[in-house]
Ligand binder design. Structure first.
Ligand SMILES: [Zn+2]
Length: 278
């Protein structure tokens, strides 16, 4: 056990006090002794002074907080009133908090809290921006999809319109077919209301009409844009009637039957150039 050599001090290592040996340097050692204010006393190598005699500034501030005297430290605190440890060990961390330091700490804490809040906000902002990006991307995709659908919708509407037109055309065509032959329908679609080669069916119908209605009646039908061969075409057809393989036997018989009984001059005129038809 090591006891303190200072007068009026009975501190020891056993009581938990740090005890320091006297310096080897004679000048410093002499200063220590002088400060102890003890006459006729010479320290030995086994003489010690406890920590309470050194003021706080004599101690090094260490990160590990282990008390270590500065190399040039000198003891300055002596007296019989010394009963307690000095405050050297109390680093600023251990010192009781004054109002100001309390305020400072509060401020620091508030700043830290703010910092934390800022950090949170930053995180939130970053998260929001991330979400915003994702939403914008999703919106972009949906917009493109919508445009694609709109294009498809328009294409489908066009198709429906075309199909309706085709169907309507087909309807009219069906209606036309009930009345006219194919070449007649073709002639109806022509600006000149004629075709290059009239079918034998149409020629037969035209001849029937001409003989029934007479030349003037047939011409009236042509004036009303009915799709039939012109008088000239009909005459030519009649010229070549013998050689027309397509003209039916019934038609020839009809013509032969019809012409001899013709009472109408106009109708007779239609077959005038063809004596064999009379
Ligand atoms: Zn002491």
């Amino acid at each position: 056990m090591i006891w303190c050599s200072a007068p009026f001090c009975n501190n020891s290592t056993a009581k938990g006090y740090i005890c320091k040996t006297f310096p080897k340097n004679p000048e410093r050692r002499a200063q220590w002794v002088a400060n102890m204010n003890v006459k006729n006393w010479i320290p030995t190598d086994r003489s010690y002074l406890c920590e309470v005699h050194f003021s706080p500034e004599m101690w090094e501030r260490r990160s590990d907080k282990k008390p270590k005297l500065k190399p040039n430290a000198v003891p300055t605190i002596f007296g019989y009133w010394l009963t307690e440890k000095t405050a050297f060990r109390q680093t600023e961390d251990e010192l009781p908090l004054t109002n100001s330091t309390q305020n400072e700490q509060n401020f620091a804490e508030s700043v830290l809290n703010e910092e934390q809040n800022v950090t949170d906000q930053e995180h939130q902002t970053a998260a929001k921006q991330e979400r915003k990006k994702k939403l914008e991307k999703a919106l972009d995709i949906q917009t493109k999809r919508l445009l694609r659908i709109q294009r498809q919708s328009k294409a489908l509407k066009d198709m429906v319109r075309r199909l309706k037109y085709v169907i309507s055309q087909d309807k009219y065509r069906t209606a036309l077919k009930m009345v006219f032959n194919e070449d007649q329908i073709k002639a109806l679609c022509n600006k000149r209301r004629t075709v290059k080669n009239w079918s034998n069916k149409t020629v037969e119908r035209a001849l029937q009409l001409k003989f029934i209605c007479g030349t003037s009646g047939y011409e009236e039908l042509l004036r009303q844009n009915m799709p039939f061969p012109s008088m000239r075409t009909l005459r030519r057809k009649l010229e070549n009637l013998k050689f027309e393989s397509g003209i039916s036997k019934e038609m020839l018989d009809f013509l032969k039957l019809k012409v001899p009984n013709l009472e109408n001059d106009t109708a007779r005129g239609a077959v005038e150039p063809y004596p064999d038809l009379r």
